[in-house]
Design a protein around this ligand. Sequence first.
Ligand code: IDC
Length: 354
Amino acid sequence: MGWDSIRRRAAAVVSAAFLLPVAVAGSAQAAPEPAAITALPPGSPAAVNGQLKVCGLQLCNQYGKPIQLRGMSTHGIQWYAQCVKAASLDALANDWKADVLRISMYIQEGGYETDPAKFTGMVHNYIEEATKRGMYALVDWHQLTPGDPNYNLSRAKTFFTEIAKRHKDKTNIIYDIANEPNGVSWAGIKSYAEQMIPVIRAQDPDGVVLVGTHGWASLGVSDGRTEADIVNNPIKASNFMYTFHFYAASHKDEYFNALTRAASKLPLFVTEFGTQTYTGDGGNDFAYSQKYLDFLASKKISWTNWNFSDDSRSGAVFKQGTCAGNSFTGTGPLKPAGVWIRDRIRSADNFPTS
Ligand code: IDC
């Protein structure tokens, strides 16, 4: 079923129920929290699918049906906030027909640690902007260097408590607590996840949580390990998924085969991939990328592509300079990787409602 017919069918199920009583103007309450929950546009991906839940190995919608979400990841918001604005998000939702926006907030490299209040505020805002446009908001704790997520544990607790507390009544938030763990064992990541998941659940009991796997979210392959580390020692929690990342010009059969084996054993979400090398640059391998995407479609494994910016690299979908203006629709502003990925995000969704 196409997105447009879903839009028509679901139009009646308007989410007026999302509106909460508006705070009394001039009340003494200092809390700057929004008075009302932003409504999801009827018929949009997030309105149709509603609150997600991990069921078995799948990501299921509010009707308990497995679905695949497809969308884009921002670049680091400390560098490319200029690419995440009204016109570009309108294009992502309406022209690209994306289901999900991954909000990539680095912790180091000039990110969250330098100004927690500022970055938390940016993420709050992007969540509202995604919500207004009917997309899921995937909040990415983009730890990378250092690679051990335990290094940022207390920061992560503070950040996710604030995010989950503010947005717990929304149905379109997904929490990614570790982008790409590296230089850390699977046991170390598991320990981190088992501390973080309850922190989020204390605020938002039904939000889906994602956890990066060892070896830069390679299911361990980049460390010379395999998914067996996880299968033999899974995270003790519910309603979460493991993440897998690939860059198709670098990561061929060994990675692909690990993915295919893991897909029959672990709930997976591909929160990052590129059609080029792991530098996010270089030539595109669209043939191998298609092999990955065909497999992900066959298993209804959700994905977000890296990245929605105009940096100089081949994996940034927009031509350099695009983000200074307001023209984001169509293929005109896109590099080759952008043209390719837009087509694959635009193709019809399949969101069963009964
Ligand atoms: C890259 C950015 C680049 C930045 C670099 C270092 O494109 O501008 O200087 O990070 O932080 C990942 C990471 C992601 C990388 C991306 C491409 O999650 O942060 O972005 N990549 O190298 N894992 C594999 C590839």
